[in-house]
Design a protein around this ligand. Structure first.
Ligand SMILES: Cc1cc2nc3c(=O)[nH]c(=O)nc-3n(C[C@H](O)[C@H](O)[C@H](O)COP(=O)(O)OP(=O)(O)OC[C@H]3O[C@@H](n4cnc5c(N)ncnc54)[C@H](O)[C@@H]3O)c2cc1C
Length: 392
């Protein structure tokens, strides 16, 4: 196998193309937009930076954010310093960086939409800009709205979140996350180099877009974020269910899905960039070793098994109750009052804490967390926390 067609030049397709071209494959990458401002927060966790250090060390414009603020649906707030920064890119810059690396590795890039794909022959044929192209294998990294589905099912409304947002020209130094009242989703404000990406995500099947837009506009008003004249965006984001992660076919004889198209997204946080990069990388590895059939097992071993655990926690996190209040409200309150709980959140934000061991850690630390919360409520002073609190 020598000739690979990569369809989609986002993080999944661009990194896959780069790795394959570096290994000597002839790679042609097709994207209808190339380096574009795809609707996104653009936030990369530390686990992505650790795996791909060029994302931090390169000269491209990005913002490192060290402070996070959590806001409950009832307005409780807490602000804390993260142990590792969140690195936030404009997507036009991030995609440009990844596509440049792919081109430098020898990947041919074609600026065109792929309108048809035939995988029934020994190889594949595809149509782009009215021309037919042949390849031995097709990498489908066409994102959450993927329409090219040889031998597999589309993502359904239950597997998707709707997102709405604004790119607001403003300077900020703090990442803000606001939880919603018993809703599967949240509002975010991610500061980039010269603007904010402010948005809301929630399960597609459950909430009307007008409701979400109103919640987002209320948040912007509360936080004094001027959205008048700001560019509005809307997109979909995979939020896979357990059955989808476990059973949906993501590879065939001469094709495979990567990134959002394969639903490689954390169903709790919506983090997709790391998983897009990893899935593109793991798919390239499988093809380089001439074992494309090993790709799903590689994904499972590296992160899909953990994301499956996350699917069982989504409802609990966003709609559950704990000690008589919403879980998300308790999270904000605990973070405000307990250093132990803040450490846990820091690890969740950086990606150092996986879902597999989360439950055990929560229970192991429960005594310390509750003691710290109680001491704080009773105003017994203890070291090192006062500076991190904002409001009660
Ligand atoms: C509003 C929003 C906020 C988000 N915030 C974050 C965040 O802060 N951090 C994070 O980690 N994740 C975030 N995500 C998720 C993240 O954006 C995605 O997981 C990530 O972009 C997936 O990368 P990908 O390469 O799989 O797909 P994409 O980035 O969607 O790239 C797909 C590419 O395929 C191209 N394409 C599609 N169809 C065709 C076709 N037929 N022919 C040619 N080209 C085609 C498109 O032009 C596009 O460039 C967010 C998502 C949304 C919607």
């Amino acid at each position: 196998m020598k000739q690979i067609a990569v369809i989609g030049g986002g993080p999944a397709g661009a990194l896959c193309g780069e790795k394959l071209a570096s290994a000597g494959f002839r790679v042609t990458l097709f994207d209808e937009h190339l380096a574009w401002e795809k609707p996104c927060g653009g936030g990369l966790t530390h686990k992505a930076i650790e795996k791909y250090p060029f994302l931090l060390s390169g000269p491209q414009t990005k913002k490192e954010i060290f402070t996070a603020e959590l806001i409950s649906s009832q307005g409780h707030r807490t602000r804390f310093e993260m142990s590792r920064p969140l690195v936030i890119y404009s997507r036009a810059v991030l995609n440009g960086l990844l596509l440049d690396r792919a081109a430098a590795a020898g990947c041919e890039t074609i600026h065109a939409r792929v309108t048809a794909l035939d995988t029934n022959g020994t190889g594949v044929t595809l149509t782009a800009a009215g021309r037919e192209h042949a390849a031995d294998f097709a990498v489908l990294a066409t994102g959450a709205r993927n329409q090219l589905l040889p031998g597999t099912t589309p993502l359904r409304a239950e597997d998707l979140e709707v997102t709405l947002g604004y790119f607001v020209p403003a300077e900020e130094q703090v990442v803000k996350i606001k939880f919603l009242d018993r809703m599967n989703g949240y509002i975010w404000s991610f500061p980039r180099a010269d603007h904010l990406s402010v948005g809301i995500c929630a399960k597609m099947a459950q909430y009307a877009t007008q409701t979400l837009r109103k919640l987002l506009d209320d948040f912007a008003r509360e936080e004094k974020i001027a959205t008048a004249g700001a560019r509005f965006y809307s997109h979909v984001l995979p939020s896979p269910r357990l059955a989808t992660l476990r059973h949906r076919k993501i590879t065939g004889r001469n094709w495979a899905l990567a990134g959002d198209a394969a639903a490689c997204v954390d169903p709790i946080t919506g983090e997709g960039l790391f998983y897009a990069l990893r899935s593109g990388d793991l798919l390239a590895e499988s093809l380089i070793q001439d074992r494309p059939e090993s790709y799903p097992a590689r994904l499972r071993a590296e992160f899909v098994a953990d994301l499956e655990i996350a699917t069982s926690l989504v409802r609990r996190v966003f709609r559950g109750s704990f000690l008589g209040g919403a879980v998300t409200t308790r999270m904000v309150q605990f973070a405000q009052r307990s250093a132990t709980f803040r450490d846990l959140l820091r690890d969740l934000f950086s990606g150092a804490q996986d879902y597999r061991s989360l439950r055990k850690r929560l229970w192991t630390q429960f005594g310390a967390t509750i003691t710290e919360v109680a001491r704080d409520i009773l105003r017994v002073p203890h070291s090192g926390e006062a500076s991190e609190k904002v409001t009660s």
